[in-house]
Design a protein around this ligand. Structure first.
Ligand code: UD1
Length: 340
């Protein structure tokens, strides 16, 4: 019997890699994605990796009836909910559209989960829920959450709160919030990867697009922070490791006899500075990256990386791929895009 798993936002960056991981492990992922932020290149790449077209339903999960029809059609073993807007800067300019899309989408999915008796639910959360952590750099799941720095951050923070309140009312459900640190890299085939629309906000796509010649130079947002080289420190996690964490989270939930709710950090446990990333990029590709030091970006956290013991203990998961591998794969993906 097919083990159908609903993957909302499955045509996106992390979603598409998770679809691959699920397919390779005996699941039958069903993508719900209205493709507003997706690119046909990723769907073609998915088809090549899977050896067949993915099951895709082009629906907007904010339209409850369309979502219900999907739940009527399949008997889902679990739901992995990615579909959301994720650009921090844009969320400041269009807060209502972020709250509407990210929260309404989540609420509709949870309503269907309850109505159709789906037991296992994984939510795409973010280390953004830790805000500017006070007095710690390595954050664990018990590090107190701080108020987020942007409407985008609030949608993740409120998303976790909604899930917690919802779980209180239906305690037999099994729910996990995966708090990702900085997802980077691409599938080793270079057939799927991150494809930001317009100017990238995030470091990796900006580096890749600069090196390939789409951008003139990278601006490093400040080198006067209290870190060894003065630039901010993050925990960069390979997207394929992240995809595997979703697979393991789902398997873990399936094995639990009782209802539960949990939060798990998904990172490598190590911090890397912006300058270290640039140096690694130059070493691996043999290229010299055009960059200059600019002013600090408002809202940037100085240094944050994950305590990852809990994910290891509960899921038996840990990051396997290095930053060098993430850079190699992101660069191969950028070159593949340039070749199309
Ligand atoms: C950002 C979001 C975070 C979100 C995550 C999703 C902010 C403040 N935070 O995380 O809420 O969950 O994306 O992926 O936007 N950098 C440069 N030059 C650039 C781009 C980035 O120097 O052109 C630096 C940043 O200052 C930072 C590091 O690179 O130190 C990583 O930045 P980025 O990739 O944007 O991720 P976060 O800011 O950690």
């Amino acid at each position: 019997m097919n083990k159908y798993v609903l993957v909302t936002g499955g045509a996106g960056y992390i979603g598409s890699h998770t679809v691959v991981a699920l397919s390779e492990n005996g699941y039958c992922p069903v993508i719900a994605d209205d493709l507003r932020n997706a690119n046909p290149v990723v769907l073609d790449g998915l088809t090549q990796i899977l050896g067949h077209k993915p099951i895709l339903h082009q629906i907007d999960i904010c339209k409850k009836e369309a979502l219900k029809d999907l739940f009527k059609k399949y008997s889902f073993e679990g739901v992995i909910h990615f579909a959301a807007y994720k650009a921090v800067g844009e969320s400041v300019e269009k807060p209502l559209s972020y709250y509407e899309n990210n929260l309404l989408g989540l609420i509709n999915v949870l309503e269907c989960v309850q109505q159709f008796g789906v037991l296992n639910f994984v939510f795409s959360s973010s280390c953004t829920v830790y805000g500017q952590p006070i007095g710690v750099k390595k954050v664990s799941e018990t590090t107190p959450k701080q108020l987020p720095m942007s409407p985008y951050g609030y949608t993740k923070w409120m998303g976790e709160q909604i899930i917690s309140d919802f779980h209180h009312s239906v305690p037999h459900l099994k729910m996990i919030n995966l708090r990702y640190f900085n997802p980077v890299g691409a599938h080793h085939s270079a057939l799927i990867g991150e494809l930001p629309i317009g100017l990238p906000n995030n470091l990796f796509p900006f580096i890749m697009q600069t090196a390939i010649g789409k951008r003139s130079k990278l601006i490093v947002y400040g080198n006067d922070y209290p870190t060894a080289d003065g630039t901010c420190i993050r925990d960069y996690i390979h997207v394929s490791d992240l995809a595997e964490a979703h697979l393991k989270a789902l398997k873990f939930l399936e094995c639990q006899a009782e209802g539960l709710i949990d939060d798990l950090n998904i990172g490598t446990g190590n911090g890397t500075s912006v300058i270290e990333i640039i140096n690694s990029f130059e070493r691996i590709t043999g290229l010299s990256l055009a960059y200059e030091i600019g002013p600090r970006r408002e809202g940037d956290v100085v240094e944050i990386y994950a305590e990852v013991k809990r994910a290891h203990e509960k899921l038996g998961w840990q990051a396997r791929l290095s930053i060098d591998e993430a850079i190699r794969d992101a660069w191969a993906w950028e070159n593949y895009l340039a070749s199309l």
